[in-house]
Design a protein around this ligand. Structure first.
Ligand SMILES: Nc1ncnc2c1ncn2[C@@H]1O[C@H](COP(=O)(O)OP(=O)(O)OP(=O)(O)O)[C@@H](O)[C@H]1O
Length: 361
């Protein structure tokens, strides 16, 4: 699968842009702020229906305009797929596949597998557990539609249960029967999500460790473990045991929405005890493991987006990444960099054909 054509209208800093891509390697070069990452993000948008960098959709509309349109033509086996993603201020986003609008965006997830490696990934280490859950959910959802549906249902019931707890507090009342209706639904969806996260990590963790060794060329003990209260106790029991606490807090304090992933190096949290280089390698290993995993499941090579990684990584690591990409017999790659010559020198090592797009402000 590869992206043949991309058209942008009023997307971030682009008023109008039309690009035709190479089926293998495409590079965007230019000074800081010319919009290299914005183009990569528009490609991400076509795959995930949202921006990787700015979750507030309306902020992706070019300043001073009222709407944006991203159009992509993909070649999938011997078929063309046209994906259009558009947003008008004050309206709902529309995603169309071959002219037909999706009723549920969730149905689009997984249609165009894509992996992005970007400096913004550091949030996976530095930020809260929600970022790590989102990563895990994103990978699983691309290969399991029911998982995404369970997640959507779980979050809906969770906010209803939280609203009920707030109502109880505001009205000095409590009704166990109504709360139990929500508990039962949370148990159903939550247990499904937990089981699938467990199974996913069982397959994903060994791939991740292999990737880390390949990138760093050493056997430094890194680990990724699942942190969930559901490992020791069923959600039903957890919810029951925490009713008093939930009533006091006015929100649901236990469940899969509290799960986390622990990232460690020699058994210590990588956030505190990993060097910057180790943290970067850890993140790249995570993303390469994601690539592997998705490729296995979808039987398609995901599109690989490498945003600004040459600038932020040392040469040793870049050459490792390149050799990994080589071994992978990769699909289509999009790269952004500020240095045209450096980019060309690197991509030449990967493949003899490539396209370089020079962006100017
Ligand atoms: N909604 C928007 N409307 C207009 N311009 C926007 C919008 N959102 C972002 N921009 C502009 O896009 C530019 C940033 O583009 P981008 O991050 O793609 O740059 P880049 O070429 O990747 O830069 P760097 O090399 O520094 O990473 C900024 O000038 C920013 O102001």
């Amino acid at each position: 699968m590869f992206l043949k054509n991309l058209s942008l209208l009023n997307y971030k800093n682009f008023e109008s842009k039309n690009l035709e891509f190479d089926s293998k390697i495409n590079c965007f070069v230019g000074d800081n702020g010319v919009g290299k990452t914005n183009i990569l993000d528009s490609i991400y948008h076509l795959s995930f229906g949202k921006s990787y960098f700015n979750p507030v959709s309306s902020q992706n509309i070019k300043h001073g305009t009222e709407f944006f349109v991203i159009e992509g033509i993909f070649q999938k086996a011997d078929k063309e797929e046209k994906i259009v993603c558009s947003l008008k201020k004050g309206s709902k986003k529309i995603i169309k596949r071959n002219g037909k609008p999706y009723e549920r965006f969730a149905d689009h997830i997984g249609v165009l597998p894509l992996v992005i490696i970007s400096p913004a990934d550091r949030d996976l280490i530095l930020e809260g557990s929600d970022v790590r859950r989102k990563f895990m959910d994103g990978v699983i959802s691309q290969s399991d539609k029911e998982y995404l549906q369970s997640l959507i249902n779980y979050n809906k019931v969770l906010s209803q249960r939280n609203a009920l707890l707030k109502y109880f507090a505001a009205n000095h009342t409590f009704d166990k029967t109504t709360l139990n209706v929500y508990n039962e639904q949370l148990e159903r969806y939550g247990t499904d999500i937990f089981t699938k996260r467990l199974k996913f990590l069982d397959e994903f963790i060994p791939i991740f460790k292999e990737q880390y060794i390949a990138i760093t060329n050493n056997t430094e003990e890194v680990n990724l473990t699942y942190d969930s209260k559901l490992i020791d106790e069923e959600l039903k029991t957890l919810l029951e045991n925490n009713i008093d606490k939930d009533k006091a807090l006015q929100y649901t304090s236990v469940g899969i929405h509290k799960d986390d992933l622990n990232f460690t190096i020699r058994d210590y949290p990588i956030k505190k005890f990993g060097s910057q280089g180790q943290q970067k390698s850890f993140l790249i290993a995570l993303k390469f493991a994601q690539f592997h995993f998705m490729q296995e499941i979808s039987k398609t090579k995901p599109i690989l987006i490498l945003d600004d990684i040459f600038d932020k990584l040392d040469e040793h690591r870049v050459s490792h990444i390149i050799s990994l990409v080589n071994q992978e017999n990769f699909g289509q790659i999009f790269v952004s960099d500020t240095h045209a010559e450096r980019t060309e020198a690197v991509v030449k090592k990967i493949h003899q054909t490539y396209k370089i797009f020079k962006l100017e402000s």
